[in-house]
Ligand binder design. Sequence first.
Ligand SMILES: Nc1ncnc2c1ncn2[C@@H]1O[C@H](COP(=O)(O)OP(=O)(O)OP(=O)(O)O)[C@@H](O)[C@H]1O
Ligand SMILES: [Mg+2]
Length: 271
Amino acid sequence: MNESELDYEGGDLQKEDPLLRVEDLRKTFGGVVAADDATFAVERGSITGLIGPNGAGKSTLFNLISGFYEPDGGAVYLGDEEITGMRPDQIAQKGLIRTFQTPRKLEGMTVRESLLVAPAGQRGESLLPLWTSPSSVTAQEDELLDRAEDLLSFFEIDHLATEPSPELSGGQLKLVELARAMMTDPDVLLLDEPVAGVNPVLEEKLAEHIRRLNEEQGVTVLLIEHDMEFIMDLADPIVVLDQGRVLVEGTPEAVRTDDRVVDAYLGGVAE
Ligand SMILES: Nc1ncnc2c1ncn2[C@@H]1O[C@H](COP(=O)(O)OP(=O)(O)OP(=O)(O)O)[C@@H](O)[C@H]1O
Ligand SMILES: [Mg+2]
């Protein structure tokens, strides 16, 4: 263990240019403290990893940051703006989009349609005007169509454009979920287990896509993943959450060999 590589206990707010800051975020469910004054920051332009044993509170943090849960305490800042307590659609409009650990089934929609409705879904708008009054939405619709085509080809899923969404494999759904998240051109993407249950070939592809979104399109990424090889290869720094608190933050190498992290995993629920 190399203590010197870990310059603090808990979360590090001392970033050069933090795009996302989480301060003392707290959430309890009955007797369970899912977020226990969690504090950390995500550097602009980084791919930051968020790991921790099952039930550590990772998804809860995503729900709190993205407005799906209301915190019992603490604050979330996107750039200089406090976004605590805003609705998911308001936060999405400000440039923060999250994906779900279990992608939602999009009944009755083709893959292309599921991309087209993604921005309206984020804004909480009715989808009806998009299809019933074409004259008023043509320009917007054209723009959306262009963007959908670009993303279908970026993620190499053009051939799935007219497939019914419910018929996709788990891995294909993960790709579509990413493409849908990119429809609103976000500054920050929160990805909850983007390669869970995905085969190794597709996992490699997803890693490449995420890296390209980060490097070529400047998207800042906060990534939850249990697959250690995947996350250690892709993310730096890595924030380790345990029982709702930030235990350690550091480089993949530092985190991998930290006794506190090893203990947290051994003490946690077996995977
Ligand atoms: N909506 C909810 N109602 C009640 N308890 C919840 C709710 N959401 C999360 N919890 C509890 O909060 C704790 C943290 O759960 P969370 O899903 O955030 O963990 P996680 O780190 O994402 O775990 P995993 O790696 O298994 O996805 C758990 O004890 C969980 O049971
Ligand atoms: Mg989770």
